[in-house]
Ligand binder design. Structure first.
Ligand SMILES: [Zn+2]
Length: 223
């Protein structure tokens, strides 16, 4: 059984397939045995050289173990200039589109802006919202715009969110550990329990999603 961790900051994670998040300012990522994504996080605007970050992401796309662009995105809960956030996010959607890499998105309180950008760009690559724990209405709107959802502990440890998880189409779901200490196995168990299906069946579904988005040749794994 493969348990895929679509977004993690844990270098030591021992799962068979995981996408390690690398911040653009930490590129190049020289380990060619681990899948990773690379992105310029909106929180880092003003702290790092943005042009260099974009250049490094563009360069990284040529590595076969670089699977996605991100995390990148929009965050209205922080006081970082939103026009700048939008500018650099759009730049990264362009890089992702140009190199046919899915996007791993950090989005806080900016879902309508995010949907607007997706519509405008007419992008046909997968847009995966990581750490999704929004409400039902947001989930429904995002589904209409063909977003994918990566779910982590914050949604799964809240029984009130059960209905939202059930609402999300199984073929659009991923799971993640992000920067938490809960293992991906535990995350799968929590999700399977909430959905009232077996751990194995759920893992098989997510595996199919992974193959469809990232290519089945990405299995068997490099590590
Ligand atoms: Zn993260």
């Amino acid at each position: 059984m493969h348990e895929i961790d679509i977004h993690t900051h844990q270098v030591k994670s021992e799962v068979s397939i995981r996408i390690l998040n690398i911040f653009a300012q930490d590129l190049p990522f020289l380990n060619d045995k681990s899948y990773y994504s690379a992105g310029f996080h909106p929180w880092h605007i003003g702290l790092v050289d943005p042009e260099k970050c974009l250049e490094s992401i563009e360069l990284a796309t040529s590595q076969r173990n670089m699977l996605a662009v991100g995390e990148c995105g929009l965050d209205l809960s922080v006081s970082i200039d939103f026009a700048m956030q939008e500018f650099y996010f759009r730049k990264q959607t362009e890089i992702a589109q140009k190199h046919s890499k899915p996007l791993i998105i950090h989005c806080v309180r900016a879902f309508s802006e995010l949907m607007k950008i997706k519509k405008e760009t007419k992008s046909d690559i997968p847009w995966i919202i990581h750490g999704f724990h929004g409400n039902q209405q947001t989930a429904l709107q995002l589904m209409k715009h063909n977003f994918y959802f990566s779910i982590g502990k914050s949604l799964l440890s809240d029984q009130r969110k059960k209905d939202i998880l059930k609402l999300l189409p199984a073929d659009r779901l991923f799971l993640e550990t992000d920067d938490g200490n809960t293992s991906i196995s535990e995350i799968y168990s929590l999700a399977a329990q909430m959905l009232n299906i077996s751990h194995e069946d759920f893992a098989a579904t997510v595996l199919e999603n992974f193959k469809r988005l990232f290519g089945s040749e990405k299995l068997p794994i490099l590590i």
